[in-house]
Design a protein around this ligand. Structure first.
Ligand code: ADP
Ligand code: ZN
Length: 614
């Protein structure tokens, strides 16, 4: 039997398996079924690609990979062919002649991997082709990528995935491996039932992404906060900026472009051709910032996305983790950064309240939002909270904002009570509306005489001016956290406040609350370190090594264009950086570098040495 580790080293040029890869691959090579849960960037593709290669070498024919995403198929096949593995896809982008040529490669069993969309797989013609392969012992395995698509509970249900139970019924005995990055317990059970994987082995990886640094800041002026952060830490890097609405995407993309970034918008309101073009540029060009709604990202496996920023609060922790997970798939340092403020909290709460959904559903949504808000307001390790949300215990990580610079906290019980009693006084006060929003509340607490204060006679309130000791920003922080923690409830067109039943306990002095001090740019100091970190793959390169790196990148860009693949498919940044650093003089030395497999060595080795020579 072909040795999987040998395949990893020879074909992909990597020295060792990561985490549970070895066990999963061994199980699949031996013919077992499995369900693999691994976070984005964990290295799922190799879990079926290596068994496919090994079994092909052992005379077992073609592996069928079911994938919902056409763009992804194209790039995966490109990357495999670059590595010298015979792979192809069948989907609607091929014309009849091209499709026939691929089918011929399948029939003869010459192909190692075939990527196919579920709707194509389920056609009678395709199934008949598989029957014939199987009769001749040339059907090596089925890989079902993005397996959560089979679940109605998942966030990305695809009708066609339901038909995949046919794989078990019609081709029993052919090993199946289902893979996904997002499956809570509920979704997991669903996948097992619908794909009939009851006897499959379950492999669950840690969901930790240690190379991602989590930072959540209070919104002050979100645009200038983002700009400063991008300039300081991610100049020239590729990244994604998520916004809550199409309008905001358009505005933000235009604004970033005016600030000198290569930024492109992406949302469902743009023409399909524009979306495709922007996605292509993001994948193929260096340093593109994609400004997008959540319509963007599924199936983007660009490894060198250095940051994911959120200008608006995501829906829940699952969404946050999935979106931020798109950063740093190459294992190099990457950032997840989010700015959030009072309006985010209020809007998300209101969206749930006003949705026409059933009360039970809303209750679940509220619970999920609460968990996300608790993460945002946390004073302790963000990663511990994230992982514990997914049921994984851990210890403080040392690589999130709170670990790096523990926030100062203060006893805000008194301030919170002042704010709550002021809201209560509004309701008791005759001759005006009973509810007001944050701006007026803060004015009254701070004792500011505005037209509105005069109009409603609020100078007479006992709470007028009792909070002059705190700044406006501090009060905004207090109120935001009170809404986040469920003591205040905002409603209506003007987001006016009322007390929730929980507020009583706080007013009666039965609870104390500790809040994080408003940062107000408290964090200076660690700039230099952050900067050195930003493009870690190349951070240690200086002088001649840096020149070599630039020359190698220029060479890679030419090759990528010629082969019509993204640059990272030719070589990752980390691989080029290592080559630039070591400056190997022979093919043998070059072969030692992680990411240089046999096929690439043969194809590109001489050219690389020549680039280095110059
Ligand atoms: P996923 O599909 O789980 O999101 P990928 O399969 O795209 O992750 O892998 C993420 C990155 O990690 C890829 O660039 C891949 O080449 C790299 N990778 C995977 N396994 C290894 C390994 N054992 N050693 C080095 N790099 C690896
Ligand atoms: Zn931490």
């Amino acid at each position: 039997m072909t040795d999987p580790l040998g395949v990893l080293r020879e074909v992909f040029g990597y020295p060792a398996f990561r985490g549970p890869q070895a066990a999963i691959i061994e199980h699949t090579c031996a013919g077992g079924d499995s369900l693999v849960l691994m976070p984005t960037g964990g290295g799922k593709s190799l879990c079926y690609q290596i068994p496919a290669i090994a079994r092909h070498r052992d005379g077992r024919g073609v592996a069928i990979v079911v994938s919902p995403l056409i763009a992804l198929m194209h790039d995966q096949v490109g990357a495999l062919e670059e590595a010298g593995v015979h792979a192809a896809f069948l989907n609607s982008t091929l014309d009849a002649a091209e499709a026939r040529a691929v089918e011929e490669e399948v029939r003869t069993g010459r192909l190692t991997l075939l990527y196919v969309a579920p709707e194509r797989l389920l056609t009678p013609r395709f199934l008949a082709m598989l029957d014939s392969l199987r009769e001749r012992g040339l059907l090596s395995l089925f890989a079902i990528d993005e397996a959560h698509c089979v679940s109605q509970w998942g966030h990305d249900f695809r009708e066609d995935y339901l038909g995949l139970s046919v794989l078990h019924e019609r081709f029993s005995g052919v090993p199946r491996i289902a893979l996904t990055a997002t499956a809570d317990a509920h979704t997991r059970e669903d996948i097992v039932a619908r794909l009939q994987l009851e006897d499959a082995r379950l492999f669950v990886s840690s969901f930790d992404r240690p190379n991602i640094r989590y930072t959540i800041v209070e919104k002050d002026n979100a645009r200038s906060q983002l700009l400063r952060w991008l300039r300081d830490e991610h100049a020239g890097d590729a990244g994604i900026v998520y916004c809550g609405s199409r309008n905001k995407v358009d505005e933000t993309a235009t604004w970033l472009a005016a600030e000198g970034f290569t930024s492109l918008p992406y949302h469902a309101g743009l023409d399909a051709s524009v979306r495709r073009d922007h996605q292509d540029r993001f994948l193929r060009e260096d340093g593109v910032v994609m400004v997008a709604t959540i319509a963007f990202g599924m199936g983007i496996d660009k490894p060198d996305v250095r940051f994911v920023a959120h200008l608006d609060l995501p829906k829940n922790i699952e969404a946050y983790y999935q979106e931020t997970g798109r950063a740093g798939r190459d294992g190099e340092p990457a950032d997840a950064w989010m700015a959030y403020g009072l309006a985010d909290v209020v809007n998300q709460r209101r969206m749930i309240d006003e949705s026409p959904a059933a009360e039970e559903f809303k209750r679940v949504q509220r619970g999920k939002l609460d968990a996300l808000l608790a993460l945002a307001e946390a004073h302790d390790c963000r990663r511990v909270r994230l992982l514990s949300y997914f049921g994984e215990p851990s210890t403080p990580c040392g690589n999130c904002d709170n670990c790096i610079a523990p926030p100062e906290t203060w006893d805000a019980t008194e301030a919170a009570r002042k704010a709550l009693s002021c809201v209560w006084r509004f309701a008791q006060h005759p001759g005006g509306p009973s509810r007001f929003g944050a701006v007026h509340l803060i004015d009254v607490l701070r004792g500011k005489v505005t037209d509105k204060v005069t109009q409603f006679g609020h100078e007479a309130l006992t709470t007028f001016g009792i909070g002059a000791d705190l700044s406006e920003a501090q009060w905004r922080g207090v109120i935001r956290q009170l809404v986040a923690m469920g003591y205040l409830h905002a409603e209506g067109e003007y987001n006016t406040f009322e007390l929730t039943p929980d507020a009583r306990a706080l007013l009666r002095g039965e609870v104390t609350i500790t809040l994080r001090k408003s940062a107000e740019r408290a964090r200076g100091g660690k700039r230099g370190e952050a900067k050195a970190r930003s493009s870690a793959a190349t951070a240690h390169l200086h002088g001649e090594a840096l020149e070599r790196f630039e020359a190698l990148k220029a060479w890679r860009a030419t090759v990528a264009r010629e082969h019509n693949v993204p640059a990272y498919v030719v070589f990752h940044d980390a691989t080029l950086a290592q080559i630039a650093q070591i400056a190997p003089g022979t093919l043998l030395e070059l072969a030692d570098i992680s990411g240089v497999g046999a096929a690439k060595l043969e194809r590109y080795g001489p050219d690389l040495l020549e680039v280095l020579d110059e």
